[in-house]
Write a protein that binds this ligand. Structure first.
Ligand code: FAD
Length: 500
């Protein structure tokens, strides 16, 4: 095998999924030289089709692809429909503060990942990233002082290449072969040791309007099903079972899927008359297991992990692509700040790691609580109602807290009053959460006792506000005492203004 000449970049990104393409674009947009290596040729298959509003209206807006995504024909997702908890009747949540008044950003999309990921990757190339597909990264290179200084990859004719870069970003997903080089170890969750069996069906039923684009999640005795409409015709259907029940998805996958559907009457009813797709990218039944984990280190000098290479937690609340793109935004800010010399490396990456772990922790904690909700969802609505001091129904309060906050509910084209209302809304929410956390009621759901949850919800709302409003977003306070804040354009870190 021959080794080709050594090229030099500021940043070399491994993997062209949402984490890799987002990071690469945000760094290239600051004028840095970025190489992205992807082992497959896009479009390629990936699971993870149900998105959250903050990805679309926050990160995709920063990337400048929100219009393209809006025109791609993806189904609009207003929220989720759950047959979960003690109540046998399915209940809905919507990404809007009030189900009656849907704001311009109170929705997300159900996406065919092959199309969505290609839009983001093509955008990277347009933003100046040197995108090379069909290239497999095999290792990282270290300098004598222990810093990562580049990587090695193989091209389709077997030639090995070495690349020097000030940062190597591992965005190569759950199958990453280089994540270990960041140090520490990958810890698998004992709580979420599940397996998923999934495939695609045509002509399944749809929820009644206006919820026909919702994700439908249905609990049954051995786990739960997702039912995600991808177009008028196509539906993604997956069963998640506990590890103790792994035998249920072993053996013939066709028979296993049939049996699991048979155990879940609501999914059986929705698939009555539907046919399973058996050709093309959706033609096979696939299995994923042990997919909830986190790496104990997220970065070391010269190397950083983002997206599934760093961590992932159970898919029930569609957090995967959100965590992938959010972590990419945080890491891009750190890299941009270090490369332009405005913030030291340790400080910049402490900010990245602190915020990323906190966001992951929030979803982890929330999902742990949500699984307990198998017992009774009403206690959660009750807690949420206290947080928001809302006079809405308990269900609406729950929605407002859990889903609505990632979504800015205001007419942003209505410049001044829109900006004002958006700021007021953020402040009201922050106050409401503070009040709840201070109250420490005995029967408060564990989710809301955590200051981590409070901070993350405030941050989620800030990311989106900042993406939509830029400089207009006004003061942004640090998440951590003595920590950094995002620059007005959202692309790097800076010290908070002491005068504010
Ligand atoms: P990926 O999307 O995996 O991209 C990594 C890329 O790196 C790939 O294109 C790969 O080809 C490339 N690569 C790998 N190794 C190399 C190498 N050595 N060299 C070069 N390139 C390489 N998320 C949601 O948001 N919504 C959902 O509904 C949802 N459902 C899910 C259901 C299940 C059962 C599971 C397991 C996950 C689900 N997810 C969901 C999570 C979602 O799939 C991931 O979180 C998301 O794809 C992570 O994006 P990423 O960019 O980090 O990684």
């Amino acid at each position: 095998m021959s080794t080709a000449r050594n090229e030099e970049f500021d940043v070399a990104v491994v993997g062209g999924g949402p984490a890799g393409s987002t990071l690469a674009s945000l760094v290239a947009m600051r004028g840095h030289r970025v190489l992205l290596l992807e082992k497959e040729t896009f479009p390629r298959y990936q699971i993870g089709e149900s998105l959250l509003p903050s990805t679309i209206h926050g990160v995709c807006h920063l990337l400048g692809v929100d219009d393209e995504i809006a025109e791609a024909g993806f189904l609009r997702k207003r929220g989720g429909t759950f047959r979960w908890g003690a109540n046998p009747t399915p209940w809905n949540f919507a990404f809007s503060v009030s189900p009656k008044v849907a704001g311009p950003t109170s929705f997300a999309y159900q996406v065919e990942r092959s199309k969505f990921d290609k839009i983001l990757l093509d955008n990277s190339a347009r933003k100046g990233v040197d995108v090379r597909q069909n290239r497999t990264v095999t290792d990282v290179l270290e300098s004598e002082d222990g810093r990562v200084r580049g990587l090695r990859y193989t091209d389709p004719d077997g030639t090995e290449h070495e690349v020097s870069a000030r940062y190597v970003v591992d965005a190569s997903g759950n199958t990453s072969r280089i994540h270990k080089r960041v140090g520490g170890s990958r810890k698998y969750s004992d709580f979420f040791r599940s397996l998923a069996l999934f495939g695609y069906f045509e002509n399944g039923k749809r929820l009644p309007a206006p919820n026909s684009g919702n994700i439908l999640c249905v609990a049954f005795s051995h786990g739960w099903f997702w039912y995600i409409p991808l177009s008028d015709k196509l539906t993604s259907v997956g069963a998640v079972v506990r590890r103790e029940d792994a035998a249920k998805i072993q053996g013939d996958p066709e028979a296993a899927m049939r049996n699991l559907i048979g155990e879940c009457p609501l999914i059986g009813e929705y698939l009555d008359g539907a046919t399973r797709v058996t050709t093309g990218q959706y033609g096979q039944l696939r299995v994923r297991k042990d997919y909830s984990y986190h790496q104990t280190n997220f970065w070391r000098p010269g190397m950083v992990l983002v997206g599934d290479a760093a961590c992932f937690v159970d898919p029930v609340f569609s957090s995967g692509v959100h965590l992938a793109t959010y972590s990419a935004l945080l890491a891009a800010r750190s890299i941009n700040s270090v490369l332009d010399g405005s913030v030291g490396e340790q400080r910049a990456f402490d900010e990245f790691e602190g915020r990323y772990r906190r966001e992951y922790g929030v979803f982890y904690e929330f999902l742990t609580s949500f699984y307990d909700m198998h017992i009774d969802e009403n206690s959660y609505f009750w807690s949420a109602k206290k947080v928001t001091k809302s006079s809405n129904t308990e269900l609406e309060s729950f929605v407002e807290l859990v889903a609505g906050m990632s979504s800015a509910e205001f007419d942003l084209t209505d410049t001044e009053s829109g900006v004002l209302r958006l700021k007021q809304r953020s402040a009201e929410f922050a106050d409401a959460v503070d009040t709840l956390v201070e109250a420490r009621e005995e029967n408060m759901a564990p989710l809301f006792r955590s200051s981590v949850v409070r901070q993350a919800m405030q941050e989620g709302s800030q990311v989106q506000t900042r993406a939509q409003l830029g400089d207009e977003a006004g003061e942004i306070t640090p998440v951590f005492d003595g920590g950094l804040v995002a620059t007005p354009d959202g692309m790097s870190w800076c010290e908070p203004d002491p005068g504010r």
